[in-house]
Design a protein around this ligand. Structure first.
Ligand code: EPZ
Length: 421
């Protein structure tokens, strides 16, 4: 298992390329199951999760070809379709559950393994199943698999979700796009990845309005045709790399970054004393003083502060002036980076969904362990400004969501290298 070695050093300066969004691409790829014509995605990120989704779609009978070193994913699903999404693949990546809606819509039945829990929480599927049952699906659990069927096809319906689940919104929208009649999803998730999926489905001939609001209306159509669609910029990678100059000092431009993708995150950065300027090239970030100010953060569904940037923000606040309180409201166990940051000298108290971070002058490099995707990158960020060397182990977590991270960070002056083992 590879590790990453980071040496703390001074200010970082330069430009950093932001890739297409992992969480948009993982919803866009299953959309190929909805049509027998080719769907091509451009600006796709080069990540291990994309390879896992490729393997899953291939196991279902879709053809997925990575072109231009993986920046283009050319897909089509016109032959025999296997309705069973196997546990061996699904257990590796929760987003595999996004084939449930499309398989139901295309075939009228699906057998999808429950993904099982992961480090950050139990991650049940009840919001997905109730949403699809509202469209007429009958879903039962047997031997760890969801058996779903919609004899006579899915029928449009109005459904209000108890919580704006991103994945359940995506499954509902994809299923409803081929249902008979009109569907309305209330309390829908509003993330930019939902907007990107609906833009792509509309290019394929779907009739979806209201994406990005909490009420999405879908007129079902008989079939969807092929399309070519660029994956939206990854707002979580964007926020992650904006924190590099915030933590180390210097000035970095995140190319292609847009304020609209990270508004609540930027508001917190500015409150902490970081300056962010939107320009034609992207978002330019610099730190004015030599220490940021403590700020309180509560994670919320979009457009609130993203849970996927909570761990990275904590890395910044470890050396802030004062005490910050971070409240994690989306997942039940998303502070596993805290004990690793404490190994680096951070002063953090975790009580349930709250973490109190008392800022210290400087962190000290140490061997630490990645536990999940965003926790691993928060340790890298902490190591960038820590005294001495930090070695982050189990970086396979990192490769799930960050393409060429050593290259990108070295490009702005970070001392970072991968240690093969
Ligand atoms: C998506 O996961 C993202 N993944 C996650 O990013 C992100 O953290 C999350 O949305 C919240 O923004 C992808 O898009 C592939 P949810 P998803 O359904 O769809 C509970 C990353 O680091 N819930 O909005 O699974 C659930 O347990 C990943 O890139 C139910 O109770 O998130 C969680 O507590 C991590 N029942 C909350 O809702 C359900 O049926 C939010 O889950 C579904 C979810």
């Amino acid at each position: 298992m590879d590790s990453i070695l980071v040496r703390g050093n001074g200010p970082l300066n330069g430009d950093i390329e932001i890739a297409g969004a992992k969480n948009a691409c993982l919803a866009l790829m299953p959309a190929t199951l909805l049509s027998d014509e080719p769907l091509t995605l451009t600006n796709a990120p080069r990540l291990s999760d994309i390879k896992t989704m490729t393997a899953l779609l291939a196991s279902l009978g879709a053809e997925v070809t990575a072109l231009q070193d993986g920046k283009v994913q050319a897909m089509s699903c016109h032959g025999e379709i296997n309705p069973v999404a196997d546990y061996e693949i699904v257990r590796k990546m929760r987003a595999s559950n996004l084939v449930l809606g499309p398989l139901l819509a295309r075939l009228g039945h699906a057998v999808v393994s429950l993904p099982g829990g992961c480090a950050i929480g139990a991650r049940p599927m009840d919001l997905h199943t109730t949403a699809l049952e509202a469209l007429g699906a009958e879903i039962s659990l047997k031997d760890g698999y969801l058996h779903a069927k919609a004899a006579g096809g899915l029928k449009g319906a109005v459904h209000k979700m108890r919580f704006p689940s991103v994945g359940a919104t995506e499954n509902f929208v994809m299923a409803a796009s081929l249902a008979k009649g009109t569907s309305v999803l209330e309390n829908a998730a509003r993330e930019p990845e939902i907007v990107d999926l609906c833009d792509c489905l509309n290019k394929m001939g779907a009739q979806i309005e209201g994406a990005g609001t909490s009420r999405i209306e879908i007129q079902g159509v008989d079939r969807l045709h092929g399309a070519t669609h660029p994956v939206v910029t990854d707002r979580i990678e964007l926020g992650t790399f904006m924190l590099a100059p915030a933590i180390c000092g210097g000035e970095v431009t995140c190319l292609g970054g847009k304020l609209s993708l990270v508004e609540s995150f930027v508001a917190k950065l500015e409150e902490a004393g970081i300056s962010v300027e939107e320009n034609a090239r992207g978002l330019t970030v610099s730190r004015k003083g030599d220490r940021v100010k403590a700020v309180d953060v509560t994670t919320e569904p979009f457009p609130g502060f993203p849970t996927d940037l909570q761990a990275q923000m904590m890395a910044l606040l470890c050396t802030a002036e004062g005490t910050s309180v971070l409240e994690e409201t989306i997942f039940e166990n998303r502070f596993m980076h805290a004990p690793e940051l404490i190994r680096m000298g951070a002063d953090i108290e975790v009580h349930g969904g709250h973490a109190k971070v008392h800022g210290v002058e400087k962190l000290k490099g140490a061997p630490v362990m990645a536990t999940d995707l965003r926790a691993s990158v928060s340790l890298i960020l902490a190591g960038l400004a820590a005294e001495g060397e930090t070695v982050v182990s189990r970086v396979y977590h990192l490769d799930r969501g960050y393409e060429f991270i050593e290259k990108k960070l070295s490009g702005i002056g970070a001392q970072i290298e991968r240690i093969q083992s």
